[in-house]
Structures are given as structure tokens and as C-alpha cells.
Design a protein around this ligand. Structure first.
Ligand code: ZN
Ligand code: ZN
Length: 709
């Protein structure tokens, strides 16, 4: 790293990643008198020239974290060095003006997040000139979190940073700290825009820890109940334990329940996002000194970096990716002692598949990071922002990639930019950056406003707005339950009220997919696999109210909401129904639908993504293809790279899918195979057996017999 190559550190939790990059950063950015020790000049009276040189800021460095809490953790680590003249400062939405000015003018290591860089630093780069011209290192922590559309957004910000730094003559070295992944070098290059061969990947973990035993636990009831019982049992045995659960509410419930089950006088608490910093510190200190014997926590990221060395880590439900699993598991085990990790399964295709094939949990490599930095819907607005920062010229393709010229031409045609001989200019009075929200997909997100307090609870992506916050919807936000009173699409506001009505809602959606352009295609067994651009039309037509406990349908309410069209990427496979003459049209439709659900359930194993990142549609005879078709498409405009990844790994992905269906112990389908909690048609017309039969045709002939049974 000191030799100015870009570096990505991909090792496990608590493996010394932080020190790995912090020491070179310290060496470059530390401006105190100790920095000159060992040089004879320091002893002698400094000359005037030396005094002037000393006054200049040393090199500067920037630390980017996906959350505020992580940046504050980094500040604590830096403060612990005890170097008073190392000017380290955090910069986030809560930083007071005077502190912001101090950071800008004096700090040599600034700890911030991509949003602040995007909204505050880059648009005012002239005021940051002295910081930027000395910029030596950019640390991107937790870089695996920048994936899908969010990853594309952050990638555009990083490219804008490189371009603006270059205006001041700086060419910073990037250091990425990432959970383990198969394609860390590629992902680092995609995120920063530097060439992949300029990136060194360091993935050797030489930090010492004792053996960790991994147990897989299939509960009879709810995974969180089992987590509470195990938490109490472990703590009773004197083992310090963390239980990871998926929501704040669950963290509290599990902690309370475990405390009640304890037979000793030990103490168990919950640890979740939303706590004040001092409360977090208090809990962390109590854990470190052993005063706290157990904790139920929301996820590894919210925990302070120092929390490791647990005797047992319980994980309630597979956390979505193997990288995240190992990050949570990494909290277990201290030097010299053995530890235990217990993974408790949920009833979902992904968990079920992994429990059937535990070896895949331990397989290296883990997942690849999926990132699509060329998404035109993301890059276009950032090019406008870049033009406002400094007029765009053809040379900037060096930063923004080969797709840039075409996008710039489009922005000029649309009147967003104006072309002059010296480059393309932003001509409007408003700030281009204000039209971009890094945390949401292209388009304006909807604000969720609590009518009782006026507080904005959060945002939903445009693509998910009608689905999640339609009038009458029960909306869950960080474990709290709200009822949507009104959705004002014009104002971009959903008005909600805290409520726990005893039911949950499920939207009914009418979806259509039409093929716009096919980019790639290949044979897949007796079928065909395609990748391309599609238009997804969707309209929420109503919703079901379902009993909170039993899931039974109470009633259906129609809704009058507009139809939306989304241009995005899809992977789809087609099969000629003539290949399966014994299946009726209804069974063909049910089979395609079941295969679609199971395939969507398993794609995250190959392309880490969240619930809204992908969706699907299937038809026994699709108008565009004329045959049986199953689409799996990206959930956001322009695509997130998930469908593309699915196209590339289709053999592994679909064989895992058919395998899951064949080994599921249910009779006619269950949530661990074909039943999906997010199905727009309420899981009607599903045929597990037909799905197995259809998927079997996508593999070489010799396997068909086995798959078809
Ligand atoms: Zn099943
Ligand atoms: Zn469905």
C-alpha cells in the first residue's frame, strides 16, 4: 500500500484489517512533532523554510464508511493512539458547522460517508482545495456493502472524487476493507474505476484465534424462540453469548425472553441500532468486562469493532450472505480458547438449501460481489453533478468509463447540459446533486411520515412504493408496525400511524414483462437462456389482510393505483411446451410459477441481493417468446447486475433450485421451496412437481430422467 498500489483487504472479522490500513494512513497524515523524530533536522532549531514547510498540512486521507456508527468507531480507534497532533475528525449530517469548517481546514484524516462526500464535499470542492490537493489515501471500509444499485451510486461518487482530486493534482491510493468475496479485485476496480491490474488483493488471514465449532440447528418452532432459549442456556453455563436476530423488535423480545428463562443471576440485554452513542459504549464496556453475560443484537455492523471473543454466537436465520455469516461468526472465539457458532434456520429456500448442503457454508470462495457501475439511470445524474463540479470533457471517460460519451450526448439533447468548445456545462441554478439520493434507486423515493409525530421514519424506493406503502398497508419499519393512512404520490409521502392491528397485508399485483432487447443468449439443456432489457409493468390492484399468527386470509380490499413501467435487466429461460406433452396448461403455469419462486429464493446464494433487488414473472406461453418463459429481473431501473450474474451462473443456480425442490420434505409446496412471502398473486397456481419436471429439462439429457421424477 505504501508503494502506491491500490489494495483490497479481504479477511475475516477482528483479523487486524483496521491496523493494516491505519498505520500507513497514520504515517502519511500525522503532522505532529514526533513525525520528525529520527531526523537530525528535528533537533536543530528549524530554519524559516522548515517552519513554513511544517505549517503545510501533511498528506490527507479520507475514510468512507456505510454508516455513521462505523466512522465514529474509527475515530475511537484513532483516538486510542493518543497522538494529540494527529488531526482526525468525523464529518456527517450531525457535525456542527464550526466543526465542519475545522475538519475542512485542519484535519488530515476525515472520517465520513459517501453521502457527505456526494452532497457536501464534492459540490464545494473549491473550499476543500487544500484537503483535496494533499489527498494521499482513500479508505473504503465494509466495501462489500456497496453492491447492486447502491453500489453503482457509490461507485459514481468515488469516480467523481477521483476526478475532482485530479483537478488539484492528487491521485489518491485506494484501500478497501471487505468481507471475503470471490471477486474482491474485480469489485474494487468496479467500485473505484481504477484498473483491476492496479489492485493488490490481500486475503491471507494470519491472525490468531482458537478453533470455532459450527452447529446447524433446525428449530421446531420460530427461530427467534430457539435463539432465546439457547441464549439463556449458554449464559447459564457461563458462556458469554451474542444472539444475532433480524430486527430491533426481535432483539428486544429475545433479550427479555432469555432473561426470563435464566436460572442464574446473570444479565442479558439487547443491542440494536437507534441507541444513543453513550448507551452503545456502556453496553460494549459491560460486554468487554464480562458484566453483561449475553446480548441479543440486530446485526454485526451495528456492533462496535471491539466486540469479539464471545464464547458462543447464535445466528437466528441465515443472514443473507456467507460473507455476512462469517462476519457474525467472527465475533466468536478468542485467542487460545475454543468457541461455538450456532446457525438456526428459517423456513426459506436459501436456509433450507444450505442446511441440506452444509459444505457450501464452508466452501471458499464465498459469494461474488455484484455491482453494475454502468447503470445509465445512476450514472446519468452523476455526470450532471460532475459537470457542475467542473465541465465534462472527453478525457473524463477515464473516470466514468466507455459508456460516458453516449450518456453525455443524451444529457445535452435533453437540455440538462450545454455543450461549448471547452466542455459540457451544467447551466441550471439548482444543485445537480440534490436530485440524487444515494440510498435509493433512480427516481424520487417516498418519505414515510409518522402523522402523530411528523417524524420521517424512512424512505421507500419508487419501485417498491405502491407495494409496501399503499393505503391500508401494514408497514414494518425496523421491527415497529405502522398502518398506512394515505399515500400521496404527488408529494412523495406516505402517512402512517403506529398500530399493531393483528394482521399483516399482502399486495395483489398485476405484472407484465415485455422483452425490449436481447443482449445475450445460449442453449441451456433443452431450453434457451437469455439476458437483456425488459419493460416491467406493474399495478397494485388490491391487498389481502392476513392473520398475524395463522397467516389465514381475512379479506381482500381493491385499490385504484396507477400502472408503472420499469426498464431494467432480466434473465429468462424458455422451454417449448411440446417437450412436456403430458402436462396440462394449468400444470405448466403452476410449474413455471413454482420454478420462478424457488429460483428467486436461491439467487442470493450466487448474487448477494436483498428482497427488493429482484423479482420475477412466469407464463406457460408468453406473448413475446411464444413459449413457456420464466423471467427473473432486477428490481430497479437500469438494472443492478443481479440478472446478469444469474445468466452467468445459470447452471449452478438452477441446479441448486431443482435440488431444493426435490429434497424438500413437504407434500405440495411450502415456504422452504415454492411458496413465496412476496408473491404478487398470493401464491395461487403453484405446482412443485411440474416445476421439478420443467427445471430438469434445462440440464443435459442424461440428468433429465433423474430430475423429472
Ligand atoms: Zn417444500
Ligand atoms: Zn408468484
Amino acid at each position: 500500500m505504501r508503494s502506491r498500489r491500490h489494495v483490497v483487504l479481504t479477511t475475516g472479522t477482528a483479523s487486524g484489517k483496521t491496523l493494516g490500513y491505519l498505520l500507513p494512513v497514520l504515517a502519511a497524515t500525522y503532522g505532529g512533532p514526533e513525525a520528525a523524530l529520527g531526523s537530525a533536522a528535528a533537533v536543530a532549531e528549524p530554519t524559516l523554510r522548515e517552519q513554513l514547510v511544517r505549517r503545510r498540512r501533511p498528506h490527507t486521507a479520507l475514510y468512507l464508511a456505510p454508516t455513521k456508527a462505523l466512522a465514529h468507531d474509527q475515530l475511537r480507534v484513532c483516538t486510542a493512539f493518543g497522538l494529540r497532533s494527529w488531526n482526525v475528525a468525523t464529518l456527517d449530517g450531525d457535525t456542527e458547522h464550526v466543526d465542519r469548517d475545522w475538519a475542512r481546514d485542519y484535519a488530515s484524516y476525515i472520517l465520513t460517508n459517501p453521502d457527505m462526500l456526494h452532497l457536501s464535499v464534492l459540490p464545494q470542492h473549491a473550499r476543500w482545495a487544500s484537503f483535496l490537493q494533499s489527498l494521499r489515501y482513500v479508505v473504503i471500509d465494509e466495501s462489500h456493502r456497496y453492491r447492486g444499485v447502491f453500489g453503482a451510486q457509490v461507485s459514481a461518487v468515488v469516480r467523481r472524487l477521483r476526478r475532482v482530486a485530479a483537478l488539484y493534482g492528487a491521485d489518491p491510493t485506494f484501500v478497501l476493507a471487505s468481507a471475503t468475496s470471490t471477486n474482491a479485485g474485480w469489485a474494487a476496480s468496479a467500485l473505484t474505476g481504477v484498473a483491476q491490474d492496479a489492485v493488490t488483493v490481500i486475503d491471507e488471514d494470519t491472525s490468531a484465534h482458537g478453533a470455532v465449532e459450527m452447529l446447524l440447528w433446525e428449530p421446531d418452532g420460530l427461530p427467534d424462540d430457539t435463539a432465546a432459549e439457547l441464549l439463556a442456556r449458554m449464559v447459564d453455563q457461563g458462556r458469554q453469548t451474542i444472539a444475532f436476530v433480524s430486527s430491533r423488535k426481535a432483539a428486544e423480545r429475545v433479550a427479555v425472553r432469555a432473561q426470563a428463562l435464566l436460572t442464574t443471576a446473570a444479565r442479558i440485554d439487547s443491542y440494536r441500532g437507534g441507541y444513543l452513542a453513550e448507551d452503545r459504549r456502556r453496553l460494549e464496556r459491560a460486554l468487554q468486562c464480562g458484566a453483561l453475560a449475553g446480548v441479543a443484537a440486530t446485526n454485526a455492523l451495528e456492533l462496535g469493532v471491539d466486540i469479539a471473543g464471545m464464547d458462543t454466537v447464535l445466528i437466528s436465520g441465515f443472514p443473507g450472505t456467507r460473507a455476512a455469516l462469517w462476519q457474525q461468526a467472527g465475533r466468536a472465539g478468542r485467542q487460545g480458547t475454543d468457541a461455538q457458532v450456532v446457525l438456526i434456520s428459517r423456513k426459506q429456500p436459501l436456509d433450507a438449501y444450505l442446511f441440506d448442503h452444509p459444505e457450501t457454508l464452508f466452501a471458499t470462495p464465498v459469494e461474488a460481489t455484484v455491482l453494475h457501475p454502468d447503470n445509465p439511470y445512476v450514472l446519468g445524474p452523476h455526470l450532471a453533478a460532475a459537470a457542475q463540479e467542473s465541465p465534462l470533457t472527453a478525457r473524463d471517460a477515464e473516470f466514468f468509463g466507455p459508456g460516458m460519451p453516449q450518456l453525455v450526448r443524451r444529457l445535452v439533447t435533453q437540455g440538462v447540459l450545454r455543450e461549448r468548445s471547452s466542455g459540457c456545462f451544467w447551466t441550471r441554478p439548482e444543485r445537480a446533486v440534490d436530485a440524487i439520493d444515494l440510498r435509493s434507486a433512480a427516481g424520487r423515493s417516498t418519505e414515510i411520515v409518522d402523522v402523530e409525530t411528523g417524524r420521517v421514519l424512512g424512505h421507500v424506493d419508487p419501485a417498491a412504493t405502491d407495494l409496501t406503502v399503499h393505503p391500508g398497508a401494514v408497514y414494518l419499519h425496523q421491527g415497529e408496525s405502522y398502518l398506512v393512512e394515505d399515500l400521496d404520490a404527488e408529494a412523495g409521502e406516505a402517512l402512517v400511524k403506529a398500530a399493531r392491528p393483528g394482521y399483516y397485508t399482502q399486495p395483489r399485483v398485476l405484472t407484465g414483462v415485455s422483452v425490449v432487447a436481447e443482449r445475450r443468449a445460449r442453449a441451456l439443456g433443452r431450453g434457451r437462456l437469455q439476458l437483456g432489457t425488459v419493460h416491467v409493468t406493474s399495478q397494485v390492484t388490491g391487498f389481502l389482510r392476513r392473520d398475524e399468527l395463522s397467516g389465514d386470509v381475512w379479506d381482500e380490499t381493491p385499490l385504484d393505483l396507477p400502472e408503472h413501467t420499469l426498464a431494467t435487466d432480466a434473465v429468462w429461460w424458455t422451454l417449448d411446451p411440446q417437450l412436456v406433452p403430458d402436462l396440462s396448461p394449468a400444470r405448466l403455469a403452476g410449474g413455471a410459477h413454482g420454478a420462478e419462486h424457488a429460483a428467486i429464493g436461491l439467487l442470493p446464494m450466487f448474487a448477494p441481493c436483498d428482497r427488493w433487488d429482484i423479482a420475477g414473472l412466469s407464463a406457460a406461453q408468453h406473448p413475446d417468446t411464444g413459449v413457456l418463459t420464466v423471467f427473473v429481473h432486477d428490481g430497479q431501473a437500469g438494472g443492478g447486475g443481479f440478472a446478469e450474474r444469474g445468466f452467468e451462473v445459470a447452471e449452478e443456480w438452477l441446479s441448486a433450485t431443482v435440488e431444493r425442490l426435490r429434497s424438500c420434505r413437504c407434500e405440495v409446496g411450502c415456504p422452504a421451496c415454492v411458496v413465496s412471502p412476496t408473491c404478487g398473486s398470493a401464491n395461487q397456481v403453484l405446482d412443485k412437481e411440474a416445476a421439478i419436471h420443467l427445471l430438469g429439462l434445462l440440464f443435459p439429457q442424461r440428468l433429465v430422467g433423474a430430475a423429472g421424477r
